[in-house]
Design a protein around this ligand. Structure first.
Ligand SMILES: *Cc1c(COP(=O)(O)O)cnc(C)c1O
Length: 388
């Protein structure tokens, strides 16, 4: 019996160049805290168009450090979307803050900015910040969000894990990449293998704010500085070159050079990967037009990065099972965060965010990654048309 090849929803692509880059770093003087970090950071900052980039251990560490640097602590109340990975909300709790949610827009599954405005208006000055998520690779309208945020004095931490290479067109007509720092105070990315750029584990924070950049740099390595100009201990001014100061309660959230080398090598192929994702999305869009599988389509001001290709179907469970029988391993993104047992214990319950819950009930992420072949895409298309 021949077994059918299984097609996952996402998968990394590793080339010989990637392998060479890792091996070269393994043979170098630095496995960590070496030159590959700054190289990766500079290349990434220029890729998204930001001033500063900081490589960290993973996307969750990026969220945690950015939240800390933005001042989240006891008494901070922060809003995010229920349709995201749990880490977008958890990072606020790590810092002692409180999480609240705003429901998503029915069409885009992104934070509904009308509902957000209404919530902020009804509860004046009670929130400190917002964590919008460029879900699936579709950029949030951060230009509008910035103007809302400024009106209410809140910061924006953009979770752009799904969206390296995605862009939003400003009212003035210029395209801004997710993470460019044009509107968000800070943005974060993940290099988990299902994401666009794979380093195994890894993350990046981008910002145009010098003070935030410095604060995050300090927190990334235990809160320790070796910068003489910044020393605070007046009684230890004559110490030797061994001396360092721990000035904040930081963490070891560093990315090793081995992984930065892989990330850097992958980043060089990012545009190629995006082009393949967009070509597959186009084929899916055309194939599903008028069918029972309804794709989520980008708006005119959104350049989609297609981390996920989501269709909405009436009978999600049976469609999922039938695709599985055909070797197509679709996924569901996401169980709404407020329905997780941990968040229910904080007081959230079914019915709190009905649009998110309805979205969850019908969403299915189809295979979408650069390593798909045209035959794979054909197989997915026929299977979906037969199964939905
Ligand atoms: C993957 C992801 C994260 C967490 O990234 P890790 O690198 O796995 O810690 C956070 N938010 C979103 C939206 C993600 O997709």
């Amino acid at each position: 019996m021949t077994s059918i090849r299984r097609i996952p929803y996402g998968r990394q692509t590793i080339t010989q160049e990637d392998i060479n880059a890792v091996v070269e770093t393994l043979r170098s003087d630095f496995l960590t805290q070496g030159p590959k970090i700054a190289e990766f950071e500079e290349a990434f900052a220029s890729y998204v168009g930001a001033k500063y980039a900081l490589a960290v251990a993973n996307g969750t560490a990026a969220l945690h450090l950015a939240a800390l640097a933005l001042g989240v602590g006891e008494g901070s109340r922060v809003i995010t979307t229920p349709i995201t990975f749990v880490a977008s909300a958890n990072c606020i709790l790590y810092c002692g803050g409180t999480v609240d949610f705003v429901d998503v827009n029915e069409k885009s599954a992104l934070l509904d900015l009308d509902l957000l405005e209404a919530k902020l208006e009804a509860s004046r000055h009670r929130y400190s910040g917002i964590v919008p998520v460029d879900f699936a690779g579709l950029p949030v309208d951060l230009e509008r969000l910035r103007s809302i945020a400024d009106r209410y004095g809140i910061w924006i931490l953009e979770d752009a894990c799904h969206a390296p290479g995605a862009a939003f067109r400003s009212k003035a007509g210029s395209w801004e990449r997710c993470g460019s720092g044009a509107w968000a105070d800070a943005s974060i990315f993940s290099f988990h293998p299902v994401k666009h750029i794979a380093s195994g584990e890894g993350g990046m924070i981008t910002t145009n704010n010098r003070a935030l950049f410095e604060k995050i740099s300090l927190l990334r390595t235990h809160g320790i500085t070796r910068d003489v100009a910044l020393y605070q201990n007046d009684d230890m001014t004559a110490e030797g070159a061994w001396y360092y100061e721990m000035q904040e309660l930081g963490f070891n959230y560093r990315m090793p050079d081995i992984l930065a080398a892989l990330g850097l090598s992958q980043l060089r192929r990012a545009e190629e990967g995006l082009a393949r994702r967009r070509a597959f999305a186009k084929r899916y869009d055309q194939a599903f037009a008028g069918s029972r599988a309804r794709p989520v389509l980008p708006g005119e001001s959104q350049l989609h990065a297609y981390h996920l290709y989501v269709v909405r179907v009436e009978n999600r469970r049976s469609t999922y099972e039938r695709l599985r029988e055909k070797g197509i391993l679709a996924q569901v993104h996401y169980v709404p965060v407020h329905l997780q047992p941990y968040y229910r214990r904080l007081g959230f319950k079914p019915g709190d965010f009905p649009v998110s819950e309805g979205y969850y009930a019908s969403a299915l992420s189809l295979p979408m990654f650069p390593g798909l072949s045209d035959e794979d895409v054909d197989r997915v298309i026929s299977a979906v048309l037969e199964s939905a």
